[in-house]
Design a binder for this molecule. Structure first.
Ligand code: PHE
Length: 376
């Protein structure tokens, strides 16, 4: 059987395969085999060139996939077909043929990878230029937030800061001097009742008799004393923080809540100043024309004392106590009541926040239910 040299690399593989299978081990065969090797190598070269060109020409993923299937397809790919041809090559030539085949295969695979990278880069570039529209609304990512009471505190500090009040701080664990005595609340006063306060049994007390009785402060008025003890007049401060009272929790009570305390001491401070400051404060926080009403009241540390009500949204609401600093308090901190006067007020922070946001149950603040907290 005579072999006809193929015109075309592809044809040769198809046409020669059955022919080669019939060849015997003659001299003629080795000559044929040598020719077959040269042919095989030539065809491999052509295959490599065509495959690389096809991969480079592919300008989308579909075209590239078609090229991959044509050349590297596991069943009917053209490289697979070439591999099958190797069976018919003379044994002595097989290593050369195999080596060349592997090289070509690697070369084609590299061309494929290069083309894949080229298309991927092009598609990202397209996303950032053509497909990315910065004017479209973004996807919202839920971030953590400050607690509504913390938000309220920050806002109140801001408002009072604009009125010239700076922020002072004091401890939540207090002694009886700052929580009661200096505030003109003597030992026999009912406000000191153990049932109305969180008295603490401290390690210091257990160790010795003269350790002071401590308690969780029941009001932020303690900070008035601490500030006046440490600064000469004039004083213009606010203090915001937690206070504790053994109340059973219900819609309007909680054993821990927050107060904003205000104190202004100077020569000639009057009740009219108190009213102006509270009105400005209420208007700034509640954001409308708020009226302030004073009702006569009593606190041991102010004289006269008032309950401050805010009129807002067609309703009078009590926000806390206020008054002119009692001369006994001024004396307790070493001020001269003949020289200076002052006003003080203490308002509930939760109450302000509840009023502003229409919250009807104080317990909501401390349940830590994110569905509630996320609204602020
Ligand atoms: N400390 C008072 C209370 O807790 C409020 C208050 C503060 C009253 C300052 C007068 C002056 O009820």
């Amino acid at each position: 059987m005579t072999r006809v040299a193929p015109r075309d690399a592809n044809e040769s593989f198809h046409h020669n395969e059955p022919a080669r299978a019939q060849l015997g081990g003659s001299l003629a065969f080795s000559r044929e085999a040598a020719m077959a090797l040269a042919q095989f190598l030539e065809q491999l070269d052509t295959l490599a060139a065509e495959a690389t060109a096809a991969m480079q020409a592919a300008n989308d993923n579909e075209a590239l996939e078609a090229a991959r299937v044509e050349f590297l397809g596991a069943k009917a790919g053209r490289l697979k077909a070439a591999q099958k041809q190797m069976g018919a090559i003379d044994k002595a030539d097989k290593p050369t043929a195999g080596k060349q085949f592997n090289q070509v295969k690697q070369q084609v695979q590299a061309a494929l990878e290069q083309a894949q990278q080229r298309l991927a880069a092009a598609s990202t570039a397209q996303c950032t230029t053509a497909q990315f529209d910065p004017t479209l609304p973004g996807k919202r990512i839920r971030l953590g937030k400050l607690h509504p009471i913390t938000q309220t505190i920050e806002e109140l500090m801001d408002i009072m800061g604009r009125l010239g009040f700076s922020v002072a701080d004091g401890p939540e664990i207090e002694d009886e001097w700052h929580n009661f005595e200096a505030l003109n609340i003597p030992l026999e006063h009912p406000a000191r009742d153990p049932l109305d306060n969180f008295y603490l049994a401290t390690a210091e007390q257990a160790a010795g008799d003269d350790a002071p009785q401590m308690l969780l402060r029941s009001q932020t008025s303690t900070v008035q004393i601490r500030v006046m003890e440490n600064t000469p007049p004039p004083v213009r401060i606010i203090s915001l923080g937690r206070v504790y009272r053994p109340d059973t929790a219900d819609a309007t009570h909680y054993p821990m809540f927050h107060q904003i305390e205000g104190l202004m001491v100077d020569t000639r401070v009057t009740l009219a100043d108190l009213k102006s400051v509270l009105r400005l404060f209420a208007t700034s926080y509640l954001g409308s024309d708020v009226h302030v009403r004073f009702r006569p009241s009593f606190f041991p540390f102010t004289e006269p004392s008032v309950e401050a009500d805010f009129h807002w949204d067609d309703q009078w609401v009590e926000f806390g106590g206020a008054g002119m600093v009692d001369p006994n308090v001024l004396r307790a901190v070493g001020y001269d009541p003949e020289q200076v006067t002052g006003f003080a007020f203490g308002l509930g922070v939760e109450r302000l926040c509840m009023r502003r946001h229409g919250i009807t149950d104080i317990r909501e603040f401390y349940k830590n239910d994110v569905r509630f907290l996320q609204q602020f």
